[in-house]
Design a binder for this molecule. Structure first.
Ligand SMILES: [Zn+2]
Length: 266
């Protein structure tokens, strides 16, 4: 709430500054007395003000893809927000929390610090989820969801990113999911989702299949299939950080000098 209010105020300031710019141009045409230097200074001020406005609405993202020591795991929806709710699958909030919990366990086994935005069936606003991600230094953010469509034939995995810095992680997760037999590739896409847009570290959102599809809905109900989804995502995350071949080998995953985590600082 506080953050939204601040954004609105800054937005108003942007408009104000823009109007000032237009007014100053008109004045320049009519009154020759305004010096060129003053006009240049005004223009520079306007450019800086607009640039800072843009920075606030979409924060800069630090590239922690090769250094991250923490993974923020975000189980989509929860509490009053069921997410997708279709006849073939469990409610999205339940399936997402289960996959997220399994993913968190696997990442801890691979020596990452893991922070979950929720670990029970509670409602967490999107703004708060993004803030939890921003508060974790040297981290990445992975949001787990299941998909929904009014067309029951649609199925497949999709992975989303906002910052270009998160694209390699998104692509890697998608590639690993596609090694599951019978999987369908619906692609890696740029999206303006709030949890991705408000992130200051590489952040992705994974759609783990369509609850509206008979086959994928059934898979989302099966614990073994949810375990496999978590396994593929964890493998991709470990590979993104340490390279291929180290997943399930945590002792090799940590560089020898890193007993206190000092060598993984950005
Ligand atoms: Zn969702």
């Amino acid at each position: 709430m506080v953050f939204e209010f601040a954004t609105a105020q800054i937005g108003a300031a942007c408009v104000f500054v823009f109007r000032k710019k237009v007014e100053s141009k008109n004045v320049l045409r009519i009154e020759v007395r305004v010096s060129r230097t003053l006009a240049s200074l005004l223009l520079i001020a306007v450019v800086f003000a607009l640039a800072s406005c843009r920075t606030v609405s979409t924060p800069a993202v630090s590239n922690t893809s090769r250094t991250f020591s923490t993974v923020v795991v975000d189980a989509g929806h929860g509490g009053k927000d069921n997410g997708a709710f279709r006849r073939y699958g469990p409610p999205e909030k339940i399936a997402a929390l289960d996959v997220a919990t399994r993913l968190a366990r696997k990442l801890r086994e691979s020596q990452f610090k893991v922070v979950m935005t929720r670990s029970s069936d509670v409602f967490i606003p999107l703004e708060e989820r993004a803030a939890i991600g921003r508060a974790q230094k040297n981290s990445i953010f992975v949001s787990i969801h299941f998909n929904d469509s009014s067309r029951r034939g649609i199925r497949g995995f999709e992975t989303y990113y906002h910052s270009p810095l998160a694209y390699p992680l998104a692509q890697r997760i998608q590639n690993h999911l596609l090694t599951i037999s019978g999987s369908v590739n619906r692609g890696v896409h740029h999206a303006n989702f709030r949890v991705l847009r408000k992130a200051t570290y590489p952040s992705v959102l994974v759609e783990c299949g369509f609850l509206s599809n008979r086959g994928e809905g059934a898979r989302a109900r099966a614990a073994g299939a949810r375990e496999l989804l978590a396994d593929k995502i964890a493998e991709a995350i470990v590979e993104e950080r340490y390279g291929s071949g180290v997943y399930h080998a945590p002792a090799n995953a940590i560089p020898p000098t890193d007993s206190a985590g000092s060598s993984v600082e950005p």
